[in-house]
Design a protein around this ligand. Structure first.
Ligand SMILES: Nc1ncnc2c1ncn2[C@@H]1O[C@H](COP(=O)(O)OP(=O)(O)OP(=O)(O)O)[C@@H](O)[C@H]1O
Ligand SMILES: [Mg+2]
Length: 296
């Protein structure tokens, strides 16, 4: 599954991103997907196309190397648990300031095979079969120290095999249950007002759900509302509850989604305000590209 990242092309892509940041105009970029945290860009190089996920800028080599180790371990542990993880290479370059820009690079998988898309285009029989395969994968992978962000937009069905793509935020905990991720760095796209509050009060609870099957499933089901796929919730609940000691209810899914949507909407609003502050008041470059407004 390993491949060589085309260095010159990635360096060029990064120049385009820098330009987009300076002008806050991302229209020249070929965007494959907007997540809540990363921006995923398509890169063509010769015959191949890649999905390139720009990470928050690392302040120094030590922070980068820590991430590099964590990512490698996360990929290995997911693979050992039987999950099919999209082959991922970490590419980086050093800025004149000594800071490090890095991308998680994967081969581009066929966009029409993204499961959040297939759940719209295929019928309910496909959906139920997908969900059975999905439950097997989640159940095998998720552990108290190994987490998964399993929403439908993070899986691609390639020839009947589910491939997991969302690895940029390695979800692992140490023996004392603390996040091993550089949470401070990964929350650096949040406005400073939120950063401390979020880090201290929410990081535990934001992440808890990823480390137990029930939480992962609740998050998956809640996200179906965002994808306008709520009609699938009853059938999926039957399948999920057959495996859970404490069943999930439709009301719980809806309430979960409302709370989650409100939180992200607030964060995006504050980010836009923060960008405005950087550009117009401080006259400096805002270091992130923001996704467009999402209907929730
Ligand atoms: N290898 C790939 N091939 C094709 N499309 C991809 C690939 N990886 C990601 N994408 C597209 O980009 C979207 C976002 O990617 P991904 O889930 O990796 O990042 P993310 O959700 O932004 O992560 P996070 O929320 O942890 O920052 C996916 O939902 C998918 O549409
Ligand atoms: Mg994702």
């Amino acid at each position: 599954m390993s491949f060589t990242v085309p260095h010159a092309e990635l360096a060029h892509l990064e120049e385009q991103v820098q330009h987009a940041l300076r002008t806050t105009d991302g229209r020249a970029l070929d965007v494959l997907g907007y997540g809540e945290v990363t921006l995923v860009l398509r890169l063509r190089a010769g015959e191949e196309t890649f999905a390139c996920k720009r990470l928050p800028v690392f302040p120094d080599r030590g922070r980068f190397e820590r991430y590099e180790k964590g990512l490698a371990e996360y990929l290995r542990r997911l693979t050992d648990s039987g999950l099919n993880v999209a082959g991922t290479e970490l590419w980086h370059t050093r800025l004149p300031s000594g800071r490090i820009v890095a991308y998680c690079v994967q081969r581009e998988l066929p966009p029409h095979r993204l499961c959040s898309r297939l759940l719209h285009t295929e019928d309910e029989i496909w959906a139920k079969d997908f969900f059975a395969r999905f439950l097997d994968q989640v159940d095998r992978a998720v552990q108290p120290a190994l987490g998964l962000d399993a929403q439908a937009a993070n899986w691609v069905d390639v020839g009947g095999e589910l491939m997991y793509v969302d690895v940029t935020t390695p979800l692992m905990r140490d023996a004392r249950g603390r996040e091993r991720l550089d949470v401070r760095l990964f929350f650096s796209s949040l406005p400073w007002i939120l950063r401390d509050a979020v880090r201290i009060s929410m990081s535990g609870s934001i992440f808890d759900k990823f480390y137990e099957t029930r939480g992962v499933l609740l998050d998956f089901l809640g996200n179906l509302h965002k994808e306008q796929l709520h009609s699938l919730v009853p059938a999926f609940l039957d399948q999920a509850n057959a495996r859970l000691a404490e069943p999930i209810t439709a009301e719980e899914v809806a309430a979960y989604y409302r709370a989650d949507a409100r939180m992200w909407e607030l964060i995006q609003r504050l980010r836009r305000a923060d960008r405005f502050w950087h550009k117009r008041i401080k006259r400096s470059t805002y270091p992130f590209l923001l996704p467009p407004r999402v209907d929730r």
